[in-house]
Design a protein around this ligand. Sequence first.
Ligand SMILES: *[C@@H]1O[C@H](CO)[C@@H](O)[C@H](O)[C@H]1NC(C)=O
Ligand SMILES: *[C@@H]1O[C@H](CO)[C@@H](O)[C@H](O)[C@H]1NC(C)=O
Length: 393
Amino acid sequence: MGDLVGNLVSFTSITAATLVGVYACFLGLIATSFFQSHAVYLHAIQMTWFKDLNSPEVFGFLHNQVTPFSINVSDGETLYAWHILPFEAYRKHESDLLDEPAGFVTDITSRLAFKLLRDDPEAILILHMHGAGGTVGSGYRTPNYRALSAGRPDKIHVLTFDYRGFGRSTGSPSEPGMFLDGLAVVEWALKVAGIPPERIIVFSQSMGTAVTCALIEHYALESPPTIFAGTIMVASFVDVPTLVATYRIAGTVPILGPFAKFPSLFRFLSRFIRDKWPSGERLGSYVRSNEAHGRKYRLTLIHAQDDYDIPWTHTPVNFWRAVNATVPGGITYKELDAEKDSIRRDLGAAGTVVEWRTANGVIREEILKYGLHDVVMGYPIVTMAVMRILDPR
Ligand SMILES: *[C@@H]1O[C@H](CO)[C@@H](O)[C@H](O)[C@H]1NC(C)=O
Ligand SMILES: *[C@@H]1O[C@H](CO)[C@@H](O)[C@H](O)[C@H]1NC(C)=O
């Protein structure tokens, strides 16, 4: 009996020691930049293996509706991109589009689809910044493109691309590198396609929201500034350290969560996080700059409460960081929360909406009850977000 208890005790302590050891190794591994890069960006997970991105028909598009091409980045990397023509523009020019050769295009400016974008003074271009993992053709991204252009199927074109290290793009992902990727895409839109910022909307989800915050802040602070017609972010997060503190693998295993209870230890560990992507801070700086100079801006933050990858509670914090920048002297999270109680619209099973308007801008927070992390991207709420930007009231 005593032996049994003794065995149990030693077994338990060995198991506990092993677990602590494994966890320590895990943390050590996390500290390496190779592991961090793969864990944060998931770029090795393509989800479109065995499917040829140069045949977008494989992903459900019409023949020659999508033009696969590439965009050069300033540091020598090459990004793989798709220009997606909206349905009604396609239907009007169907016969001519079908006459063109299919597949990857080296000179996109020679293509009819591109000319329909460049030469239409009312064309709208959505720059799409996808999330971690996969490619332009993955999962819920294709219904997402349809939802984005559904509001104006004759006018809304989508440009989507893979960041460095993803899919067919060269290089490997990092915060400075992906920022350069974003710059290259925006410059392509402004200079090659010749679309003015008033006709450009930036849509992003998950990891892409971090790239978007870096971009909109950069362009707002430039002189002269470039302010896009609107920014839509689905499942954004405050920054990587905060995300790591709240993230649970498969919704159960916390990574650094246990350390979040000890702020100084957590701050110490956070130092080893290579790419921090401080989106909350960048949103504040973007909004502050627009408010200071009286520039028009529209920001929509969408998040579903059943998102198991990025907890929805990140979005109210980002909303607060943006709103705080509109209030002289600032507003605390608690004060804003109290204020939200009087302006929040309850949409029943659809969730809630809070809209914060200033003389210059509109900041919307839409918290859905259902939509998971990525299914929401194909929902009408995304179509509506685009339409609200195009037809403000
Ligand atoms: C992109 O770079 C390659 C060489 O790296 C060059 O051949 C190509 O012309 C460039 N494309 C554009 C559109 O500038
Ligand atoms: C809130 O706004 C105030 C005033 O602009 C600023 O000093 C403060 O840093 C902001 N707080 C956050 C968390 O962004």
